[in-house]
Design a protein around this ligand. Sequence first.
Ligand SMILES: [Cu+2]
Length: 277
Amino acid sequence: MKRFAAVFWSLLFLSVPVLGVATFIVGPAYDIWLPRDVSEHGAAVDGLFYFILALTGVVFIATEMVLFWFIWKYDESKSNGPGRYVHGSHTLEVVWTIIPAAVLLFLAIYQMNTWADVKMRRPNMTPTVEVVGRQFEWRLRYPGRDGMLGTPDDLHLVNDLHLPIDEDILIQLKSMDVLHSFFLPNVRIKQDAVPGMKIPVWFKAREEGVFDIVCAELCGWGHYKMKGRVTFEPREAFERWLERKYAEQEATQPRDSEMAMASGVVSHPTQIAKNQP
Ligand SMILES: [Cu+2]
């Protein structure tokens, strides 16, 4: 019975690394692996990811195998006499502290350039678009024909982001209420949107297509449906789309006179005529 327990537990612990590794091997065939990368910097990010995965993977498998082997070999049925207690090994403690510390230090230095590209070397340009996270949607604001954000001719949209390919994109990210996380899996961008902050996000898309925008921060009951889409397209197609959206917005927006009436500044259209110089 004691032997049975040792076999049961050791095999159970063995199943963790076996099933774990199998999942990683089978995953890509079922398309449950990293989504397709269409960005310029994505390869560097993925490279770091695979490097760290390999490093931690080897350590994971080694420790799990040791765990399995010790449970298998040193079970109670084979023991003769009471257990002997030791106070550990000073040398061993020093070794397994220094090695991980050295590995972490190496990673910290090795990834610095990639981190700087993605989070610090911001392109010197005005924002292409402003993205505002809000429970539970992405509000988008493009500069109007004057090319400036925050003027009356801005174009307002929800969840339908279009961006040109092969050029620098600078997004101004904000939040209207709580913490959200602006996540574009296909360009390897994930950035928290923090209330009260304007956070710059930049990248360059290399391929055309329609991809997901998701929120990667649990931000309330409707978090799961906070989904938009981003369309990457050539410059000309992007500008045509922008023109169409401007026209649609202008056609549906009340004219200045109607706005003034709605806001109570004037009570009758004739008053506008009088107020005009
Ligand atoms: Cu959210």
